[in-house]
Design a protein around this ligand. Structure first.
Ligand code: PEP
Ligand code: MG
Length: 575
């Protein structure tokens, strides 16, 4: 057996299958000029490629099974919209017409200039939107090379796809064709393809440098999507070891369905709240079916994306009202806009900062741009008459931000009353603790807020100075770093002392590797992507919280000492 590669595991799950090397998107595009008399023909060729890419995406969309999550369909819709975007259609046409460039080269130049803009954005989610540009361009380039239909015909059932990178569209189609797993050279855990792989349950490892050169088409591979490991030439003992894991995982998933409707309690009956993180209004269906106690994080950024201009108050209101009514009494925490520093939307011009992750983002941006923020606050207050709603502020770093937001909310209520519009008088206001300074000042925040939610995705990024989407430094992204554990414990204790609820809505909250420790620290509210709810519930039902509390106390006293690792292992084994 040989160890073929190590990357970032982005999904739980193991797969065994033969390698299928995908050559898509790997052609080198070189400068090409065309004869002036052929310019019109080249423009027509480019337009035909756009139509062909559109047809291919429509056909993928039609093949998506009915029960597929709506955000997956949304990926395709986004790409279809982009195929109508002037930036991707008109600009390359002008480059062909005015500069005499070949279609492929004109498109490549425009892609590079768009990607540069996305690279300067600080919000990790928005930065991954550059993937969309690359994926759509890839579709057009494929059409220009007239290769798409050939590849559609291939039988990929049970195959492990090896590729430099994959588009969300490819991922959906391949899942439909029954692929076992995929491995890519590029990508981080926050890329769209990674998000899709997780929600579709495809074992995958990304960020494995050179893997398409190391492995041969057709060879048998083992892909461990949790550990981020790829094995080739596995002997029969290794294969049966992994095969056993696959069977066990299938059994477990079926068993977990029986947990729906059961109360979430530890072994000694300590009640734990399991909440869902949602992004699109349609996520409410799965949240309801899986029996989440609440929506602990509703990311509202999606309302602002893939569109011209900003949503107005009515659009905000109608969206929130539909979500609240759809939840039918399940409480929801709506997070105010968490846009990145240099995202340009109509009516809100924000200059790029040289260090965007530390720049004008989230609440900082909202306080600076009241015209953008006001409609959202008005809409949330109005929508809150339709069900239990809390407001949550992202990226807090000081108390002035809380006070300013409270003033805005007070004034907004007065304005709504003057406009004779119904609104919720009492609406809890909470804050996300995702900046180390806020975690260290959690006691002060607890006195002024109604609840706290720990956003570990950013808290880890800022505490350890590790960009959460950068595959180069991803190995440093350690949720169990003593500094992170101290900060989490500080926040939980601050909430306890002030008598306000503390939840966690970062990825850590839905991961059974960390749940026992978090229970030991006193956390009782966990919010996660809906797909993790039953896995977390199964873990929680098996925990002995008083034992974990004692062990965790010991650990927290010994953080960073040699016994730290042993104690940590013990805690993780206590379930
Ligand atoms: C977080 O930072 O942990 C979080 C939940 O927010 P987001 O991932 O949307 O930045
Ligand atoms: Mg965050």
């Amino acid at each position: 057996m040989s160890f073929a590669g190590n990357g970032i595991g982005i999904t739980r799950g193991i797969a065994i299958g033969h390698a299928h090397l995908l050559q898509r998107g790997t052609r080198e595009i070189t400068p090409r000029n065309i004869d002036p008399v052929e310019i019109q023909a080249e423009i027509d060729r480019f337009k035909e490629a756009i139509c062909c890419a559109r047809r291919r995406l429509h056909s993928i969309r039609e093949k998506i099974p009915k029960n597929t999550r709506s955000d997956i369909v949304a990926f395709i819709d986004t790409h279809l919209l982009m195929l109508n975007d002037a930036a991707l259609v008109e600009v390359p046409i002008s480059l062909i017409a005015e500069q005499g460039y070949g279609a492929e080269w004109a498109l490549e130049l425009q892609k590079e200039s768009l990607v540069k803009v996305f690279d300067t954005m600080d919000d990790p989610y928005l930065r991954t939107r550059k993937d969309d540009v690359e994926h759509v361009v890839n579709q057009i380039q494929m059409a220009l090379h007239e290769q798409d239909e050939e590849e559609d015909e291939e039988n990929l059932t049970g195959k492990v796809i090896l590729a430099q990178d994959l588009t969300p569209a490819d991922t959906i189609l391949m899942r439909h064709q029954g692929i076992a797993a995929f491995i890519t050279e590029y990508g981080g855990p926050m890329s769209h393809t990674a998000i899709l792989a997780r929600s579709l349950g495809i074992p995958a490892v990304v960020g494995v440098p050179g893997i398409t050169r190391i492995l041969r088409h057709g060879e048998l591979l083992v892909v461990d999507g949790e550990q981020g490991v790829v094995l080739a030439d596995a002997d029969s003992t290794t294969l049966s070891y992994y095969q056993r894991h696959i069977y066990e995982a299938e059994d477990q998933a079926n068993r977990r369905l029986k947990l729906i409707g059961k109360p979430t309690k530890t072994k000694e009956g300590v009640k734990v709240s399991l909440m869902a993180n949602i992004e699109l209004p349609e996520d409410i269906e799965v949240t309801r079916v899986l029996g989440a106690d609440a929506v602990g994080l509703y990311r509202t950024e999606f309302l602002y994306m893939n569109r011209e201009g900003m949503p107005d108050e009515e659009e905000h209101y109608e969206t929130y009202r539909a979500v609240i009514e759809g939840l039918n009494g399940i409480p929801i925490t709506i997070r105010t806009l968490d846009l990145g520093a240099d995202k340009q939307v109509d009516g809100c011009t924000v200059t790029a900062s040289c260090n965007p992750a530390l720049g004008l983002r989230a609440i900082r941006l909202c306080l600076k741009e009241p015209k953008m923020f006001q409609p959202q606050i008005r809409a949330i207050l109005r929508a809150a008459v339709h069900g239990p709603v809390r407001i949550m502020i992202p990226m807090l770093s000081n108390l002035q931000e809380v006070r300013k937001l409270k003033t805005i909310i007070r004034e907004t209520k007065r304005a709504l009353a003057a406009d004779n519009l119904p609104f919720a008088e009492h609406i809890p206001i909470g804050g996300m603790i995702e900046v180390p300074a806020a975690a260290l000042s959690a006691d002060a925040f607890s006195r002024e807020l109604d609840f706290l939610s720990i956003g570990t995705n950013d808290l880890i990024q800022y505490t350890l100075a590790v960009d959460r989407v950068d595959e180069e430094v991803n190995y440093l992204y350690d949720p169990l770093h003593p500094a992170i554990l101290r900060l989490i414990q500080t926040v939980i204790k601050a909430g306890e002392n002030a008598g306000i609820p503390v939840s966690m809505c970062g990825e850590m909250a839905g991961d059974p590797r960390y749940i026992p420790l978090l229970i030991g620290m006193g956390l009782r509210e966990f919010s996660m992507q809906p797909g993790s709810l039953l896995i977390a519930k199964e873990c929680l039902l098996s925990l002995n919280s008083s034992k974990l509390t004692k062990q965790t106390r010991k650990l927290m006293k010994r953080l960073g000492e040699p016994r730290h690792e042993t104690l940590l292992r013990k805690i993780c084994k206590l379930h």
